[in-house]
Design a protein. Structure first.
Length: 518
């Protein structure tokens, strides 16, 4: 129904909004908000009218939205899955010709937002469990709907936000089949006839708590490339990872498994000319979606968004830093430690990845991620005593608070720690973490002045000689600040980028290739 044309001459049909069928469905939908309406919504009328519209009158988004909601009311998850499938087919096939027309994009957004609001309310109730294949098809169609809409709209509705509820709908566990004695030819025919005449009874002891089972791994054909076969098998574990994200989003094993699936088959860095690879950058809609999720107040939503896309964006190292910060904010320290350990291990194996870019110049790891990676490498170095570095832990917690809009509290926590430490080195690192937060979350440019005493301290203690790694972190931040805000009037010292180049020419050149706002 979502793809079948109304007619050969006019595949999308005519605008159905003036027709009696549309009015009949609209009158029922109006009862949702009309306190004087006699009786509730007749969802049977809504479903029948919407089917009539989509099948015979016109490809109308509102009718598809109504049909989706009617399916949920009439048939639960099964009806919802059927409706979402039609809706997904409709927008993929008739985006340019369906009603309302593309020029009324805001009207289209409003229809989807209305559906999201209705589903969010309705899905709080109890539903019968459905077969794994039905549930999987629902999520697949929902993801396809979300991805396609984002590719067409610069301000898309938050379709992804409902996925967590959809993924948590109950699913039937598949019981192991009991082997039956082979039937004779005479017995087989009537049994087949009976099976086609009546539906099979569901096993009485099924539960709704288990995930859809993974298909058994099939041995590759002779001559197949082992690496490709392994990579395909690991990528095929995405449904299990999605299920784990819904059931236990702080499970440490989940984050180890996801990174094994993403990185286990990578044995070398991708070919590059200089630092530029041919790998396509993350799609704009994905970058926008991530920014929207990070603006929210729910760290679990950030974790879900990032982890669900890690396998598909395995070289985008920023995702790991963002996940680590969100897990820290959730208080899931064990899971955060797994993300840090696995990421550090991956970069220890292929350290050049942190310096490379996608084909549009976007770095695999932005400046903030490179600083995070440096801190991981430092805490895992020969001088570390094992366990999490307390300064890194404090900085990670503060970063999570700042990302949640609590910059003042984040700076205060680091300042309190600075006053309590007797180590000049730790105090320097804590002040550097404060300046990093200001660079990332304060747009006033105050960091330019506040960073100056730290650079003076770097010179007094000659850190460039005694601890070049820490000096490089400070100079790289100072150079990034200078690149974004310029130098102070009357400044006579060497530019920070030049000072960084004297310590690490590669880092300076890499920074010079990025935009001032990156």
């Amino acid at each position: 129904m979502g793809t079948q044309p109304i007619s050969e001459a006019s595949p999308a049909g005519e605008d159905p909004r003036e027709n009696d069928t549309y009015a009949a469905a609209q009158s029922q939908i109006d009862r949702l908000t009309d306190i004087h309406a006699q009786g509730g919504v007749d969802w049977g009328i809504v479903a029948a009218s919407s089917q009539q519209i989509l099948g015979r009158e016109g490809k109308d988004l509102t009718a598809a939205v109504w049909l989706t909601l009617a399916g949920l009311h009439l048939q639960g998850t099964t009806g919802l899955a059927a409706g979402v499938h039609i809706l997904n087919d409709l927008i993929h096939t008739y985006w340019d010709t369906m009603f309302p027309p593309p020029a009324r994009l805001r009207g289209r957004r409003n229809q989807i937002q209305w559906l999201l609001d209705q589903l969010n309310e309705r899905l709080q109730g109890e539903f019968d469990a459905v077969p794994p294949e039905t549930h999987g098809a629902l999520l697949t169609d929902w993801d396809a709907l979300d991805e396609f809409w984002q590719s067409k709209d610069t301000d898309p509705p938050a379709i992804f936000g409902l996925r967590r509820l959809l993924a948590s709908l109950p699913v039937l566990a598949t019981a192991e089949p009991t082997p039956a004695p082979p039937a004779t030819a005479a017995e087989a025919a009537p049994q087949a006839g009976a099976a086609s005449a009546t539906p099979a009874a569901a096993p009485p002891a099924q539960t709704a708590t288990a995930p859809a089972p993974l298909a058994a791994t099939v041995a590759p054909a002779s001559g197949a490339d082992p690496t490709d076969a392994i990579d395909a098998a690991l990528t095929g574990m995405q449904p299990l990872i999605d299920w784990c994200l819904e059931q236990n989003p702080a499970l440490p094993l989940l984050f180890r498994l996801n990174r094994i699936c993403a990185w286990a088959s990578i044995s070398a860095a991708p070919p590059a000319t200089g630092i530029a690879t041919l790998l396509p950058a993350p799609p704009d809609q994905l970058v926008t979606g991530l920014a929207q999720v990070m603006q929210g107040t729910e760290p679990q939503a950030i974790v879900h968004f990032v982890e669900a896309r890690l396998i598909g964006q395995r070289y985008w190292l920023d995702l790991n830093r963002i996940c680590h910060a969100a897990l820290t904010r959730m208080g899931a320290q064990d899971a955060a430690a797994v993300v840090a350990f696995e990421t550090a291990s991956f970069l220890a194996r292929l350290p050049q990845l942190a310096t490379l870019t996608f084909n549009d110049g976007r770095p695999f790891a932005d400046a903030e991620t490179r600083a995070w990676l440096d801190s991981l490498a430092a805490s895992a170095g020969p001088g570390s005593q094992g366990g999490a570095d307390p300064i890194d832990t404090l900085a990670g917690t503060a970063n999570a608070a700042a990302a949640a809009g609590q910059l003042d509290a984040a700076l205060a926590s680091l300042q309190a720690a600075t006053g309590q430490t007797a180590s000049a080195r730790d105090a320097f690192r804590l002040k550097l973490a404060q300046c990093s937060l200001l660079y990332s979350y304060d747009t006033s440019g105050a960091v330019r002045t506040l960073l100056a005493p730290l650079i003076q301290e770097l010179d007094v203690y000659r850190l460039s000689l005694w601890e070049p790694g820490l000096a490089r972190q400070a100079l790289e931040l100072a150079a990034a600040v200078e690149q974004r805000y310029g130098t102070d009037p009357g400044e006579t010292s060497a530019p920070m980028l030049a000072r960084l180049a004297g310590l690490d020419c590669h880092a300076a050149w890499r920074l010079s290739q990025t935009s001032p706002t990156s």
